[in-house]
Design a protein around this ligand. Structure first.
Ligand code: VG1
Ligand code: CO
Length: 539
């Protein structure tokens, strides 16, 4: 019943910042998923005795890809698959399930915050036994394998039913369908003080959580409404849909429009939050107030002592280089370890595994801690609710209080989308070459003190990664340039701007970064090289 099928390589199966991400129509080509999965299995080697998690965010083509992977796993000698009921598992819950059950790894089928549907994107994230996504050295080996693949193995069988919790077999492989919520919910109960949060909701506190028709809906309903007692209907867009109901499941000011309208209304609830397609990103809102993710990381870190799981101390904190420096000031104040890594959660994994850090985050709406090895949207929401319950302050008051204490890093990211890949590559290469000549240059009040590529030397595995270019100014401002590694076509140039201010705390970010934006456009010759006068997306 095991069939060996001849195939030939696709040349585009290189994983990016977080797994393989392509247009759905690309992934639907004959043998596309099969080639990629067989390349992973070949790279792992012996699969006998190994157990993997399988699930996804419910997007279009999840159902078909899951069946292919089940049948290929059985044919390749995997001992056991643990699968989320109906094929659902969020990225953070997947990491938890891998760690708790000491699995050998797992596959979460998601293109994260990218839209779904036949004209949207599909993706596969591959985690190893750390519960985190594989390091680049391993994904490079898998990529090499995809370039020489000539056959794959698949079990010929009817589709496996995924709707009932319990055990079944396919050939020699055991399949266990689990409730994908249980382990995750239990973990949250152990990190946070749920009785304090119940009291908060009992006192009349109101919130709206936008699950964006993606995988966190069921998690959020169970935790916020069923357990903590938030009013029914506090979770909106709660049902996972294959095309996310046409929404772009990216929790930011551009795409979480419904939530934003609710939070900007005069009768807004006390608190608003949204998660992305696979539940690892979060956006935090107060009444008519937006918390920038870099500030959120700094604020959560500052309040770690109030959380039961962290009250005895944390090892340290880390951020991606592109994230604002706000959290560095908190690390200094608390005298804890501080690290900067390349963009992508996988770079935090070694730091967590070696007890160098506990909390970490990225500007791209990601925060998390060493409870798992992925960023965690609901964790961030529970952390914010805990701060509110403890202090009695509103979201805005908490942020203002933070800026008074530490100053404020005005921060925005400017994305230039849909660029010609060659033009984007040469923009970055030429800019890198001219960096040394920029040091000492003045642009109005801005004087460049340092200009260099960001190079990260991992203290644990000693790998070295170059990611992005950083320009520092005398007044504490920064420009970071890098190319996105999660797009499904063309190139995206990301320009991250930061302007630190100790005294003017309530200004508009766009205005505070106006001059720096002009400098950033000029230095990298963005308009001349890409034809773009303005960024396509600003977050
Ligand atoms: C983007 C973000 C990065 C994040 C990654 C995966 O990568 O910038 O911070 O870790 O997406 O997020 P890039 O290379 O496009 O800038 V998600 O929620 O997959 O899982
Ligand atoms: Co995501």
């Amino acid at each position: 019943m095991i069939k060996t099928v001849k195939t030939s390589p696709y040349n585009d199966q290189k994983m990016g910042t977080a797994g393989l991400r392509r247009k759905s129509k690309v992934v639907m080509q004959p043998n596309y998923v099969e080639n990629f999965m067989q390349s992973i299995f070949n790279t792992i080697g012996s699969l006998n005795g190994k157990t993997f998690l399988l699930g996804g965010d419910g997007r279009f083509y999840n159902d078909i890809a899951i069946q292919k992977i089940i049948k290929m796993a059985a044919a390749n000698g995997v001992s056991k698959l643990i699968i989320g009921q109906n094929g659902y598992v969020s990225t953070p819950a997947g990491s938890r399930i891998i760690l708790k059950n000491k699995l050998n790894g797992g596959f979460v089928l998601s293109a994260s915050h990218n839209p779904g549907g036949i004209n949207g994107d599909f993706g596969i994230k591959y985690a190893n036994e750390t519960g985190g996504q594989i390091p680049s050295a391993v994904s490079d080996r898998i990529y090499q394998e995809t370039q020489k693949i000539s056959e794959y193995k698949i079990f010929e069988a009817d589709d496996i039913k995924l709707d009932k919790i319990g055990r079944q077999k396919l050939g020699d492989m055991e399949i266990e369908i689990i409730d994908p919520l249980n382990d995750y919910v239990e973990m949250m109960e152990n990190i946070f003080d749920f009785s304090a949060l119940k009291k908060l909701f009992k006192s009349g506190f109101t919130m709206k959580f936008d699950a964006m028709n993606a995988v966190t809906g069921p998690y959020a309903v169970r935790i916020f409404e069923d357990i903590l007692g938030a009013a029914k209907g506090s979770v909106i867009n709660a049902k996972p849909l294959p095309d996310f109901g046409g929404l772009h499941p990216d929790p930011n000011l551009l795409y979480a429009k419904e939530l934003l309208a609710i939070m900007n209304a005069d009768n807004a609830p006390d608190f608003g939050a949204a998660n992305d397609g696979d539940g690892d990103r979060n956006m935090i809102l107060g009444k008519k107030f937006f918390v920038s993710p870099s500030d959120s990381l700094a604020i959560l870190t500052d309040y770690y002592p109030i959380i039961p799981a962290y009250k005895n101390g944390i090892f340290g904190v880390a951020k991606s280089a592109a994230t604002s420096t706000a959290v560095s000031r908190v690390a200094k104040a608390h005298d804890i370890g501080y690290y900067e890594v390349p963009t992508g959660w996988k770079y935090f994994v070694n730091l967590m595994d070696s007890n160098r850090i506990t909390i970490c985050g990225e500007e791209s709406f990601g925060t998390g801690s060493s409870h798992i090895r992925e960023k965690d949207g609901i964790w961030a929401v529970l952390f914010w609710l805990s701060i509110i319950a403890e202090t009695g302050m509103s979201v805005e008051e908490i942020a203002l209080d933070h800026w008074k204490k530490y100053g404020r890093s005005y921060y925005l990211r400017y994305d230039f989308d849909g660029l010609d890949t060659k033009a984007a590559d040469s923009l970055m290469a030429d800019l890198e070459n001219k960096l040394p000549t920029l040091v000492g240059n003045h642009y109005g009040e801005y004087k460049i003190t340092q200009a260099r590529p960001f190079v990260y030397n991992d203290p644990v595995d000693h790998s070295s990664t170059k990611n992005g270019l950083i320009i520092n100014f005398e007044n504490g401002s920064r420009i970071v340039y890098r190319l996105s590694g999660t797009g499904s076509s063309g190139a995206t140039l990301r320009v991250y701007l930061e302007n630190y201010n100790r005294t003017d705390l309530k200004e508009d970010s766009h205005e505070m970064l106006e001059d720096l934006l002009e400098i950033a456009m000029e230095i990298a010759e963005i308009t001349a090289r890409t034809g773009k006068q303005h960024a396509d997306v600003i977050t």
